[in-house]
Write a protein that binds this ligand. Structure first.
Ligand code: ACM
Length: 675
């Protein structure tokens, strides 16, 4: 019942303001709307009208609109030209293959009595603008003057362009393999929120995920059979290109390379034996930077991969290398002396410089994590910062371009608000010159897959990735957390219409957990739980044999119900009122009922038994919360506050890697009780 109310609030807000995300650079709305109906069609004019991406994007609009509205909308039959409901104008063609950093993505979208008009100078502007058009489509409000049942697009005048040219998702497919189909679904979502770079983390200690024809032992010995064929890679790259997304491959070297050494042990530092890492904590394999054969191999492999991935950028990772692996190797001192390197860590500098030259020969610009910055490298190298805004500002000051990933690690289970508040230019204002600031190209969300699988990937990405996409696309002034959350809920629904499975897959996983019992009590119970944050869960171990079929795997990273309750507690504590108090009491009483209904389900299924202590803890929180509301105006019994806070603290501890997300708000209620 509570959920219905919460969704009601979010949807009411959405009906007033279209749930656009990312919010456009400029948007005005007017009274009036254009009806969507079965005869909907699109015309495309202008010098860029024949662009393959424009054509494909227009085709997709028909299917998407039909799906969103339930109207039997089809592309016009060959040879017919119905009057278009949407007129698209692409002023100029774009013949430069492949897509490039800084491509023109601007568009204008006007909806008025004159019709719907989307215009852009270049094809990518149309690809972006069509997503905005689809986000505008909504059911006619019952309050609209016509009251016509159906769907429409509100009158609007939108002028839009991105704030940053590099808006990416870094996706690890090594720790857990993500099949091509899921990658394509992720690309659909990325395009929907105007992200434009898929950074594909294709190799790590746990798996080398691309077929190499030149070095087939890489996938044969390094992937447990889970890798993309070259045909699949080409298909994904083409799929991404159709959606205006560049694909930057990452082959992480010289550390995180155990999977390479399984098939090619002579690449490694030391004698081996080397093997794929199957469990957390296994030793990392490190590539030997002192052997000439290493560079011949990398030249061969990168040459092959450079052809497979047409983007100008090529990511070599470079993170978390332990120089101790090199420092005790025979011959290291002589090598350092010969190459004028002061110590073993400088071997990575030497390695990066060699790699950069190899990549340049294959027409690529090198990219890597923070750690490669120690090297004296040409200034066209791009640095991806996972060490923070200060490190990123340092990158820009040294003359390099950089992107931010700190603060956007989706695997850490942070709320959307935390990512949304993370600002790529936080360290730039007043500290960097305009020229240096321009070197900060944008950012990438990062999804590491130690604890995620193809089954719950969507839920780990969405909808938080949409909030990050807004940070990268929209003006910095678009930063209202309340507005973001009000739009995030309908955007989340919209993304499911597009085919993402963040809700549906979790629902299936919870159905699996209840084994035929009703799932509603588990859903209600799960709705105020969140996975433990940060690396806490990683520490308890994970690996290829770890099952990810527990309740913690089957819930979203963020509880909407708990956030809404916390907001109401905050309002109540600032301005107490009887209705507000009643509302809070109702919520707490509702969760007591939820505990009662969920308990038999938890008791009956072996995979849920570990969650029973959470039911007890939730009951305690509800009781202590209710008492705290009473004792705001009447004196509590002696010792109540200390005991209540101790109980709340105990109930706040994570159990089965789960947190009860209303605990902090209940604690605030108890803290507010006078001594
Ligand atoms: C990283 O998180 N090691 C880049």
């Amino acid at each position: 019942m509570r959920l219905a109310v919460i969704f009601g609030v979010a949807l009411a807000a959405a009906a007033e303001t279209p749930a656009l995300m990312p919010w456009p650079a400029s948007a005005k709305f007017d009274a009036g709307e254009i009806e969507m109906n079965v005869g909907f069609s699109v015309s495309v004019a202008g010098a860029g009208a024949n662009d393959a991406r424009v054509k494909a994007a227009v085709e997709r609009v028909y299917t998407r609109l039909a799906r969103q509205t339930g109207l039997p909308i089809l592309p016009p039959r060959a040879g017919t030209q119905p009057p278009p409901a949407l007129r698209v104008i692409v002023e100029e063609a774009d013949h430069r293959p492949p897509q490039q950093l800084g491509d023109d993505e601007r568009y204008s979208l006007d909806v008025s009595e004159a019709g719907i008009r989307l215009s852009a100078d270049r094809p990518l502007g149309v690809v972006r603008g069509l997503e905005t058009f689809l986000q505008l489509v909504r059911q006619n409000p019952a309050s609209s003057p016509s009251k016509a049942p159906g769907f429409s697009v509100p009158y609007t005048e939108i002028r839009d362009e991105p704030r940053f040219p590099w808006r990416g998702l870094s996706l690890d497919v090594s720790r857990h393999f993500i099949p091509a189909e899921e990658i394509e679904r992720t690309l659909d979502g990325m395009a929907a929120v105007k992200l434009n770079v898929l950074h594909w983390h294709l190799s790590d200690d746990q798996g080398f995920r691309v077929e190499s024809k030149k070095y087939p032992r890489l996938q044969q010995y390094g992937s447990d059979g889970l890798y993309y064929t070259q045909t699949e890679i080409r298909d994904v790259v083409a799929y991404a290109r159709d959606r205006g997304i560049r694909v930057v491959p990452e082959f992480d070297v010289p550390g995180h390379a155990s999977s390479w050494l399984a098939g090619y042990p002579s690449l490694g530092t030391g004698a081996g034996p080397f093997h794929i890492v199957h469990e957390r904590g296994d030793a990392n394999g490190v590539i030997d930077p002192m052997k000439e054969s290493t560079y011949r191999f990398l030249d061969g492999l990168f040459g092959e991969m450079a052809k497979l991935f047409p983007d100008a950028y090529f990511h070599i990772g470079g993170d978390e290398v332990n120089p101790r692996d090199w420092s005790n190797q025979p011959g290291v001192q002589a090598f350092l002396k010969k190459h004028h390197l002061e110590s073993a860590p400088r071997l990575q500098t030497y390695f990066n410089q060699r790699l950069q030259k190899i990549l340049a020969r294959h027409g690529k610009r090198m990219m890597g994590w923070d750690e490669i910055l120690q090297s004296d490298l040409p200034k066209d190298v791009v640095i991806q910062s996972w060490r923070g805004q200060t490190a990123l500002a340092d990158v820009a000051r040294k003359g390099y371009s950089g992107i931010l990933s700190t603060g956007y690690y989706l695997d850490l289970m942070q709320p959307a608000s935390a990512h949304y508040r993370t600002e790529p230019l936080a360290e730039a204002a007043g500290r960097l010159s305009p020229e240096e600031t321009k070197r900060i190209l944008g950012g990438e969300a990062a999804m590491w897959e130690e604890l995620a699988t193809a089954e719950n990937l969507d839920a780990k990405l969405w909808p938080r990735l949409a909030a990050i996409a807004e940070r990268f696309w929209s003006p910095a002034s678009v930063n209202d957390i309340g507005s973001m959350y009000a739009r995030l809920e309908p955007v989340n629904q919209w993304l499911e219409w597009l085919g993402l499975k963040q809700r549906s897959n979790l629902q299936l996983m919870r159905q699996r957990l209840v084994s035929g019992m009703p799932v509603a009590p588990l859903n209600a119970f799960a709705s105020i739980l969140e996975p433990v944050k940060g690396y806490e869960r990683h520490r308890s171990g994970w690996g290829v044999t770890t099952p990810f079929n527990r309740l913690v795997d089957a819930i979203p990273p963020e509880s909407d119900a708990a956030r809404e309750f916390s907001d109401r507690v905050a309002q109540y504590l600032t301005a107490p009122s009887v209705p507000a108090e009643e509302g809070l009491r109702k919520s707490l009483a509702g969760w007591v009922e939820v505990v009662g209904a969920a308990r038999p389900v938890l008791e009956s299924n072996s995979l849920l038994l570990e969650d029973l202590p959470l039911a007890d803890a939730l009951a305690t929180l509800c009781r202590r919360g209710g008492e705290a509301l009473s004792y705001r105006t009447e004196a509590p019994p002696a010792g109540w506050k200390a005991q209540a806070l101790a109980d709340i603290k105990d109930a706040s501890v994570h159990r089965a890697h789960l947190l009860i997300a209303i605990a902090p708000a209940v604690q605030k209620l108890a803290e507010a009780v006078p001594q």
